[in-house]
Design a binder for this molecule. Structure first.
Ligand code: HEM
Length: 132
């Protein structure tokens, strides 16, 4: 049976949710121009949720790196968490140009992390509980 270790499953969930939120964020911003009211308030809340998901993905990636030795995914996930913290700060401080530039970079980074977590996760170097 194809069972992924728990830390890799957690990383995949965290990375996928983060990627979806990173796509939603610019969509919410664009909806503002379509006259949808209250959309930037939602953008702020979604942004904070995205930071939490990035931290979840980073912790999972650290656990997965210990089991698999894959430090690339770990560095990537930690970088995204730091980026998300900076994004929330830049958004709250209304440093909009920097915020939008970093937002586009994070969109690419978040999608890359999710794709890599599925396609090139590496494999456990130590036996995983539940696997023969
Ligand atoms: C390309 C993507 C993004 C665009 C175009 C965008 C755009 C904006 C804009 C225009 C603002 C309002 C700034 C102002 O009031 O002058 C804002 C605020 C904010 N953004 Fe983003 N953003 C993006 C991605 C993100 C991401 C990825 C996060 C979080 C990880 C985030 C979190 C926030 C937060 C927390 C605020 C403050 C909201 C508030 O003050 O209520 N944004 N964003």
């Amino acid at each position: 049976m194809n069972t992924a270790p728990a830390s890799l499953t957690m990383l995949r969930i965290g990375a996928t949710v983060t990627a979806l939120l990173s796509i939603l964020q610019p969509v919410l911003y664009l909806l503002k121009f379509a006259g949808v009211s209250g959309v930037m308030k939602v953008h702020g809340i979604t942004g904070q949720a995205m930071f939490v998901m990035c931290v979840f993905a980073a912790v999972s990636a650290i656990l997965w790196a210990r089991a698999s030795g894959n430090k690339g995914l770990m560095g990537h996930a930690i970088g995204l968490a730091i980026g998300a913290l900076a994004q929330v700060a830049l958004g709250e401080l209304k440093l909009t140009t920097l915020h939008i530039t970093l937002g586009i970079a994070m969109l690419a980074g978040a999608i890359a992390l999710a794709v890599l977590a599925y396609r090139k996760p590496g494999s456990p170097t130590t036996p995983v509980a539940g696997e023969a």
